[in-house]
Design a protein around this ligand. Sequence first.
Ligand code: AMP
Length: 292
Amino acid sequence: FELVIKTAFSKKRKTIKNNFKNILFDQDFLNLKIAPNDRAETLSIEQFINIENYVTQNKINFYCWYNSTVFLGVKMKIILIGAPGAGKGTQAAFLTKEFGIPQISTGDMLRAAVGEKTELGLKAKDFMNQGKLVPDNLIIDLVKLRINKSDCKNGFLLDGFPRTIPQAQAMIDAKIFIDYVIEVSVPDNEIIKRLTGRRTHPASGRIYHITFNPPKKDGVDDVTGESLIIRDDDKESTIIKRLKTYHEQMEPLVKFYSDLSNQNTINELIFISIDGLDNPDNINAKIVKKLK
Ligand code: AMP
């Protein structure tokens, strides 16, 4: 027999290897290869049964047997964290494409539910209008249902969830183990610069930026020559308020996940903080490098 464990990412490979060593230790050996080029070890039938048990207990995300070879794969279950204006959307687009996973934005799902006036939408509407968080139980059920859908077979990217420690804990309790928590970190003063520079042409929705994408003539739309406006969302006072809320909500979660990451548990979660003061391609390259 030969056992080949294949996973996409070397960090995971190490964890799986260590986990298997604990399970397999001190038994007769057949042939164990952790990665195609890795050192071979030997395994017994009992050990295969152990592996079967281990895998079915859902600590490894998915696997398949092929003759006497077992292929273990990792799903990519990612939580993406970033303040408004940190460039989270661009990174989400890169990551979902790279790993073939859907982006699950609880904000978008709730807005859709409100628009469709579903039961959830009716319950969530007032909280959202007041800028408050929707109660944990509603949002947790919503996310659990969503990630059971078939498009999540390779994993998923969560955006806007979790926002509270009970939401994060609910994922762990439900044995939904996140692989990577990625924070795109940009200092507040830079975010304020990015967002307050936005100018909108209300009739067409065209967006400019006084530094990064200025109109040909200050304050007017390139196409119509009409005046540009600053939307309420882009006013400094609004942005400062949103950033304050963001920090209040996310700082405890960043601590929660970085602590988990340091504990090196069997369901290894890795917390990555990326400096978002760079162009989107470089930021993406930095993230991918950290994952592999
Ligand atoms: P967002 O687009 O992510 O800023 O979300 C918009 C609004 O939806 C928030 O202000 C909350 O009212 C609600 N919401 C989104 N995600 C969550 C969550 N994980 N927990 C509670 N409320 C949420």
